[in-house]
Write a protein that binds this ligand. Structure first.
Ligand code: HAM
Length: 440
């Protein structure tokens, strides 16, 4: 009798492992709720064409591709982003933005099996569609931070970069899209010399090559100083200057939100997937040299799939790798979910404070949606009302000076000025507010 084994790269999960997998999944679902991401389920089998568009050579060459019995060219999904973008371009086309969508499930890549690298693995995936603003980029990093903490990981750190800085130089040096993609693929594998040779042979000026050479040497945990060095190096490339400004703005928001996790800015950092257009990041733990999660901004994919131009940013986490990192570490108790609120800065310049208060309220167990469309207050309130929020937390300068915010009860149509730490009690209805003003 033949003795059957699992296919190479595939694994069984026995009771302990399966339970741990479901625990990570459940933490991810809690985080999705805390940030207002609705769960969707998409098929494991999708059209090969959809999955290969802008996936990048590396992922494309590792897909499980086959013809179904009807002769269609299909593949097992190597990630979720293409499926979510397809949905946003079609069935969710007319749904109000922003759209926050969460998925979890198995994905498939024909990678060389080794520790933390499998051919069937699990991802938790968050996509935020419809906002081009830095608050949206910051949110994907912050929810990753929370997910790592919620799982009980103590030592982890982010690597951050911006595809636009590298692409700005390549575009202004008039290198074709294909060459740019090939250069970034080489940089993703840290083959910088090969990348620079390609840039040179594709017709870049010596100045372009030298600029890129200095860029890829820039990395540091002093966020502002590193970004300032980068901006100086690309000073003659306007698109790259803009990209560096965008990176600085995103990272400032992250820092001001109260996130104390180490950030390493790396100007030569690129990611394997080809659809990225802006901010990119990955999260690592010291004892594993493989990323536990990664993501970034991709503003062109939805229109490529026939949808309306839609800015988007997202992140996926490797559940198996989180489980590996957790081995031997103590896990903490899951955060209990409570009522939901929407946080709205009353002025554009208060967005960093809004992000910080939102994080503070989530720390206290509240479910918080943040206004990230730069809408004026009246529009934001209308939107919150439409989407069924009971409370809106208004972030205003005067109240903040007192460590307070205005809590608007959209059902009772009244508002109260409340100390931030008392907001959870108020929205849970267990405490009286300190000051109450009837709305006119
Ligand atoms: P990715 O970096 O290709 O991004 O994958 C995300 C995470 O999946 C990785 O950081 C890693 O933890 C895990 N992973 C990748 N390959 C394997 C493997 N062979 N075995 C185990 N775990 C693995 C994406 O997939 C993008 N869709 C992320 C994204 C969402 N960008 C925008 N939105």
């Amino acid at each position: 009798m033949a003795e059957y084994k699992t296919v190479r790269g595939m694994r069984d999960m026995l009771p302990g492992d399966a339970e741990r997998l479901r625990q990570v999944e459940s933490q991810a679902r809690t985080v999705a709720k805390q940030y207002g991401y609705g769960e969707i389920v998409t098929p494991i089998v999708e059209s090969h064409e959809l999955l290969s568009a802008k996936a990048g050579e590396e992922v494309k060459s590792r897909m499980f591709v086959f013809k179904d019995l009807g002769g269609r060219d299909v593949a097992l999904r190597p990630e979720f982003t293409a499926s979510v973008a397809r949905l946003v371009a079609t069935a969710l086309r007319n749904v109000a933005r922003p759209l926050r969508l969460f998925s979890v499930g198995s994905v498939y890549r024909y990678d060389e099996p080794q520790k933390g690298r499998y051919r069937e693995f699990w991802q938790t995936n968050y996509e935020l569609m419809g906002s081009a603003r830095p608050e949206a980029d910051a949110e994907t990093l912050l929810l990753t931070n929370r997910l790592m903490q919620a799982n009980g990981l103590k030592k982890f750190a982010f690597k951050v970069g911006h595809v636009g800085i590298l692409k700005g130089v390549l575009t202004e040096e008039e290198l074709s899209e294909n060459v740019q993609a090939a250069v970034l693929q080489l940089m993703d594998k840290k083959q910088y010399e090969e990348a620079l040779s390609l840039v040179k042979s594709a017709g870049s000026s010596p100045k372009g090559v030298n600029t890129l050479r200095s860029l890829v040497e820039q990395r540091g945990t002093e966020v502002q100083a590193t970004v300032a060095r980068i901006a100086k190096i690309v000073a003659d490339y306007e698109r790259s200057v803009q990209a560096a400004k965008n990176l600085e703005e995103i990272l400032n928001l992250v820092l001001k939100s109260g996130c104390t996790t180490e950030l390493t800015v790396d100007a030569g950092f690129a990611r394997g997937l080809e659809y990225y257009t802006g901010f990119i990041f990955e999260v690592y733990v010291p004892d594993l040299d493989i990323a536990l999660g990664g993501g970034g901004r991709y503003d062109r994919l939805i229109e490529l799939f026939g949808g309306d131009p839609t800015p988007a940013v997202g992140v996926a986490h490797g559940v198996d790798r989180i489980m590996l990192a957790l081995q031997g570490q103590q896990t903490e108790k899951p955060v209990e979910m409570e009522n939901e609120v929407m946080v709205v800065p009353i002025r554009e310049k208060l967005k960093a404070e809004a992000l910080r208060v939102a994080e503070q309220l989530r720390n206290q167990g509240l479910r918080v949606d943040l206004e990230i469309m730069g809408r004026k207050m009246a529009r934001a309130l209308e939107d919150a009302d439409k989407r069924g929020f009971k409370y809106v937390i208004l972030i205003g300068e005067n109240e903040l000076k007192e460590g307070a915010v205005v809590v608007k009860d959209l059902v009772k149509r009244e508002q109260n000025t409340v100390k931030i730490e008392q907001v959870p009690d108020l929205v849970k209805g267990s405490k009286k507010p300190c000051e109450r003003t009837q709305e006119s």
